[in-house]
Design a protein around this ligand. Structure first.
Ligand code: GLN
Length: 342
């Protein structure tokens, strides 16, 4: 696809969140109405994740003005898992640029599970997109640095800048996944066999496993998401983390791929870019307005948090965040369930 957009002056058009008191009420309501939903199963394919509390549930919204609205377990740490893919991708895009990111990693949905090997084979060895394991490992392979320590510094300090605080690795989760991630190792070697990985496969998987083991809270994730909503400036610290162009590119990728093979359902119902992870986190970005994060470990069969999806659907509607909505619309059912427009 060759699009001639050189020299076009870029403009941005967006709205704003309702007033703080209203956001506070709606965040509390998103938590309250989904607190007792009992569907979903806690992930156990990484042994250390199996002990997560299925009742834990936090909801947090951070506006691009830096205001924090929280309900429930928003200060409990858990490993970030796949949500790291979104932020490491942004950090890497900042370094390698739009064209290399698109060519080496890709931006199209696989339509298959996050850890699919078949997806690689079906696409001539291409990792397809940075939000599935193959693309995340290919992205990690583009991290700059002369050695493992420098590459980790790039990833660790970048994630910390997004969160606005120092983050540490859960060594137990890291060791548990490192001992059981043969599938990710196979994915990396398969990419390397196709010449699609720019670094040593073992090192790339190790770096990826470490980035997935970084401990965050729902509050951290909401600040990280708000940074992507705010054109790359962390609205709490005021510090620029990535450029506005990188945010736009990252959000476009999240919109089409952030919830794996359910990304279409997600966009249809929520209308915002999002990213989920197997430890039960879910981040959603309302460009120019806010970052939303939820944490609830029980997952659906695609690996997306059940309560998280419901709470975010509620907030997207109640706060008016769907990027495709151009006029008020009346709804036929409860705000956190799929419904018909009337
Ligand atoms: N570290 C996990 C894995 O590679 C992350 C997967 C996820 O959160 N979906 O399997």
């Amino acid at each position: 696809m060759d699009l001639d957009v050189t020299g076009v002056e870029q403009a941005v058009s967006t709205g704003s969140l309702p007033d703080g008191e209203r956001v506070e009420q709606l965040v509390a309501a998103a938590h309250e109405r989904n607190r007792l939903v009992a569907d979903g199963v806690v992930a156990d394919y990484i042994p250390a994740l199996a002990s997560a509390d299925p009742d834990a549930f936090g909801v947090c919204v951070v506006g691009t003005d830096g205001a924090v609205h929280a309900a429930g377990d928003v200060d409990v740490e858990f490993s970030i898992q796949s949500i790291s893919k979104a932020f490491v991708y942004a950090l890497v895009c900042e370094v390698v640029g739009h064209r290399v990111a698109r060519e080496r990693v890709g931006v199209n949905n696989t339509g298959l599970a996050f850890n699919s090997v078949v997806a690689i084979e079906l696409n001539d060895g291409h990792p397809m997109n940075p939000m599935v394991n193959a693309g995340a490992i290919a992205t990690t392979g583009l991290v700059p640095g002369a050695d493992d320590a420098e590459r980790w510094e790039f990833v660790g300090s970048g994630l910390a800048a997004f969160a606005g605080r120092e983050l540490r690795v859960d060594e137990e989760v890291y060791a548990s996944e490192a001992a059981t991630n043969q599938r990710n190792q196979a994915i990396a070697r398969l990419l390397a066999s196709y010449g699609r990985l720019d670094a040593d496969p073992r090192r790339s998987v190790d770096l990826y496993t470490r980035q997935c083991s970084v401990l965050v809270t729902a509050r951290d994730l909401a600040v990280m998401a708000a940074t992507l909503a705010d054109g790359g400036v962390n609205p709490v610290t005021g510090r620029r983390v990535v450029s506005a162009g990188v945010c736009r590119d990252t959000l476009a990728v999240l919109a089409s791929t952030g919830l794996y093979e359910r990304s279409g359902d997600w966009l249809f119902e929520i209308g915002l870019p999002g990213k989920s992870g197997v430890s039960g986190g879910l981040v959603t970005v309302a460009p120019g307005k806010a970052g939303i994060a939820t944490w609830s470990p029980p997952l659906d069969d695609a690996g997306n948090s059940v309560r998280g999806q419901r709470a975010t659907a509620y907030l997207s509607r109640a706060l008016g965040l769907n990027v495709f909505a151009s006029a008020d619309y009346r709804l036929s059912g409860p705000a956190d369930e799929p419904r018909r427009n009337t």
